[in-house]
Design a binder for this molecule. Structure first.
Ligand code: 13P
Length: 248
């Protein structure tokens, strides 16, 4: 059976001092985790966190975004190859905050996933509906469209991706999808992946959106929830470690 994956998304938080304290506490508390774990940190801190993790196998290093371009005159962008240079194993792609505030379309998200895969980095492809879309009964259509774009271009290696279902209305709001609501969407995503690949059972489908130490176990008990993508609670070591413990 595949182990669950718990990924922390620090978003635009942290400082040299805060990161040192957080990673120190995570390493001290993790022991031999019964799940896979990753820390998706701001690009500016990749080198620091790589160094803090040392040769620990408990946490993989992750980034939060990458360029859709390979290299060249793209001021401010960071390429997949650069992330790989720093030992990055996972990279978030198409987080709703990127789609919402930076105009990332399905086409851009697809290219980014392709760049990550080509560099040997596992893209964590984020999908999810807004509250208006849910209320209009469009949840399934929206997440299927977002995932279809990535499958269309990367179908040959689709079993190498991670998918994260993050309902936009549950992000940072303290409102979590119920385990049943989340499972329903995860089952749709699983079926879509199965139609594209015989290896779809290997793919981790993470839930994200106000997952915390109190609700993690119930969400992670669902058959198609293979882990979590954690925002706020990933900034507090005891909370993140408790979610990891619930993922055993
Ligand atoms: P919160 O856990 O803070 O709701 O954030 C979820 C998220 O967006 C993780 O990528």
């Amino acid at each position: 059976m595949k182990r669950k994956l718990i990924a922390g998304n620090w978003k635009m938080n942290g400082s040299l001092a805060a990161n040192e304290a957080l990673v120190g506490a995570l390493l001290a508390g993790a022991g031999e985790p019964g799940c896979e774990a990753a820390l998706c940190v701001p690009a500016a801190y990749l080198a620091q966190v790589r160094g803090l993790l040392g040769n620990s196998t408990a946490f993989a290093l992750g980034a939060q975004d990458l360029s859709a371009h390979e290299s060249g005159a793209y001021t401010g962008e960071i390429s997949a190859a650069m992330l790989k240079d720093f030992g990055v194993r996972y990279c978030l792609v198409g987080h709703s905050e990127r789609r919402q505030y930076h105009g990332e379309t399905d086409a851009v998200v697809t290219l980014k996933a392709q760049r990550a895969l080509a560099a040997g980095i596992t893209p964590i492809v984020c999908v999810g509906e807004t509250l208006a879309e849910r209320e209009a009964g469009q949840t399934e259509a929206v997440v299927r469209r977002q995932l279809a774009a990535v499958i269309h271009t990367n179908g040959h290696c689709i079993s190498e991706i991670v998918v994260a279902y993050e309902p936009v209305w549950a992000i940072g709001t303290g409102k979590t999808a119920t385990p049943e609501q989340a499972q329903q969407v995860h089952a749709v995503l699983r079926a879509q992946l199965q139609a594209a690949s015989a290896q779809a059972g290997r793919i981790h489908i993470l839930y994200g959106g106000s997952m915390n130490a109190a609700n993690a176990a119930e969400l992670l008990a669902q058959p198609d929830i293979d882990g979590g993508l954690i925002g706020g609670a990933s900034l507090k070591a005891p909370d993140f470690l408790a979610i990891m413990a619930a993922a055993r």
